[in-house]
Design a protein around this ligand. Structure first.
Ligand code: NAD
Length: 487
């Protein structure tokens, strides 16, 4: 297998990035390549004092640069320059992304990096186009509703799409006039650090983008509970989201956006285009080896077409070939860590031990690195953890239904409501069921995001609070004020 670049030529930064400069700290946490198991380096675990230093840098940068009060067009221009630089540095960013994550280098370069730049441009455009409104009040008064930046936003991101997740947080927060203290996942810190460095090179004032390295319990807790962090924006597991809510309740109330886990159903009706459904379902659970919040992990299929669809899926699943994320051609992604692979395998083995049938997969690939086979499980009983828990791996369950109501019952998850997919040629059914599905996003005859950044994303129920992307994400980084003046 040839590599897309020489990993030895990539410099892996192991320092925080505060006030526009690297800040050294004691190296504590090993960063491991999931493709090979090699330790790539060690990063520090920022304590409360380091988090405080980053927050202070952000506050002072806001004051010195007047970022929140400048002409919005100036913010827009700076963000456009940043987006251009991100595209120009796509090779380096993709390498830093791929070396420690599950993202294949070629996909990160052609996809994640370019999309991140585009999303930053989208949010830049909000800066001088979204605004307040006049309020219809009595003639004796003058009322308006304005919105203003929060100040310092605390952002925390997961490991599954490190650069995109950083872009989702930084783009709207900066466009809306805030500064950010961001903690990337301890498993995938490198691309975020370089993204921050590029922000300064693009002319965004130093100190507006600060990256502190560390884990959730120490560093994450210090950020979310910091009194000068005005708002928290988090993407990660529902478990960590709940811990953050608890910490915020304990340390002082503040607004938060939480993008959390999912267990998304994909419904296939008998009139669906089965080849299209198979292609989309395959991509929806095997992209990034299923380590996607919106992964379509519960397949709910009309009995008449169940055997035909299962056969198509088994053939597709079996065709995936694992590859090092640095390979010149994108292959099937590794699982982020051995611990996560053991968890996935544990759920699969427990599912079959409780009577479910393995249609394919169910074990790791026989090769170096943490690679797990695409897996399809049929016949799991309602209380089987494979149907209930977010597996966050390339594992889908397969259930059948006879009636539309039965399909809806199976689709409803007791806690999650992130996303749903629906395959049918019947437009009335598509519209009717899109309304009934309990999820923040419904995809019909497709499975996966488009590049229409205008569509907000976010979960219902325990899948989250608030939205990323779209105008909603920009507005979520501003706070409303009502002004009433008696004339
Ligand atoms: P995770 O919750 O373990 O970690 C996410 C981030 O939170 C990391 O940076 C981690 O260090 C930090 N963290 C952990 N505990 C914390 C705490 N108590 N306080 C503050 N920070 C804490 O999640 P992960 O394993 O990195 O990512 C996978 C999860 O993320 C999945 O559940 C997935 O569904 C979810 N996710 C959701 C979306 C979405 O848009 N809804 C997008 C991507 C990932």
């Amino acid at each position: 297998m040839s590599l897309a670049f020489d990993p030895a030529r990539i410099t892996l930064c192991d320092t925080h990035f505060i006030a526009g400069v690297p800040v050294a700290d004691r190296p504590e946490i090993a960063v491991v390549s999931p493709s090979t198991g090699a330790v790539l380096g060690r990063i520090p675990r920022a304590d409360a004092a380091m988090a405080d230093r980053a927050v202070e840098a952000a506050r002072s940068a806001l004051v010195c640069s007047n970022w929140g009060g400048c002409a919005p067009r100036d913010r827009l221009r700076a963000l456009h320059r940043w987006a251009d630089l991100i595209e120009a540095e796509a090779d380096t960013l993709a390498a830093l992304e791929a070396i420690c994550s599950a993202r294949p280098f070629v996909q990160a370069r052609a996809g994640d990096v370019r999309i991140t730049a585009d999303q930053i441009r989208f949010f830049a455009e909000c800066a001088d186009k979204e605004g307040g409104t006049l309020a219809p009040v009595a003639d004796s008064s003058f009322g308006y509703i304005s919105d203003e930046p929060y100040g310092v936003i605390g952002a925390i991101t997961p490991w599954n799409f490190p650069i995109s997740m950083a872009g989702w947080k930084l783009g709207p927060a900066l466009a809306a006039g805030n500064a950010v203290v961001l903690k990337p996942s301890e498993m995938t810190p490198y691309s975020t650090l370089y993204l921050a460095e590029l922000s300064v090179r693009a002319g965004i004032p130093a100190g507006l983008v600060n990256v502190v390295l560390g884990d959730g319990p120490v560093t994450g807790t210090a950020i979310t509970g910091h009194p000068d962090i005005a708002k928290v924006s988090f993407t990660g597991s529902t478990r960590a989201g709940a811990a953050i809510m608890e910490n915020i309740a304990r340390t002082g109330i503040k607004p938060m956006t939480l993008e959390l886990g999912g267990k998304s159903p994909v419904l296939v009706f008998a009139d669906a285009d089965l080849d299209l459904a198979a292609e989309c379902i395959d991509r929806g659970i095997t992209a990034n080896a299923g380590q996607v919040c919106v992964a379509g992990s519960r397949l709910i299929v009309a009995r008449e077409v169940a055997d035909a669809l299962a056969a198509k899926l088994v053939a597709r699943f079996a065709a995936h070939r694992p590859a090092d994320t640095l390979a010149t051609e994108a292959g099937f992604s590794p699982i982020i860590s051995e611990a996560q692979l053991s968890r996935i395998d544990g759920i699969v083995q427990a599912a079959t031990a409780r009577g479910a049938e393995l249609l394919c997969g169910g074990q790791r690939f026989d090769r170096a690195g943490s690679f797990y086979q695409p897996t399809l499980i049929a016949g799991a009983a309602a209380d089987n953890p494979a149907l209930r828990e977010e597996i966050f791996g390339p594992v889908a369950t397969f259930q059948t239904f006879d009636t539309e109501d039965e399909a809806m019952d199976l689709a409803r998850h007791p806690t999650y409501g992130l996303c749903s997919g629906l395959f049918t040629r019947d437009l009335s059914r598509a519209l009717r069921l899109s309304r009934r599905l309990e999820a923040g996003t419904v995809w019909v005859n497709r499975y996966g995001r488009s590049q229409d950044h205008i569509l907000p994303t976010g979960g219902w129920k325990a899948s989250g609070l608030g939205k990323d992307l779209g105008r909603d994400a920009y507005l979520a980084n501003r706070r409303r004020k009502s002004v009433l003046i008696d004339l």
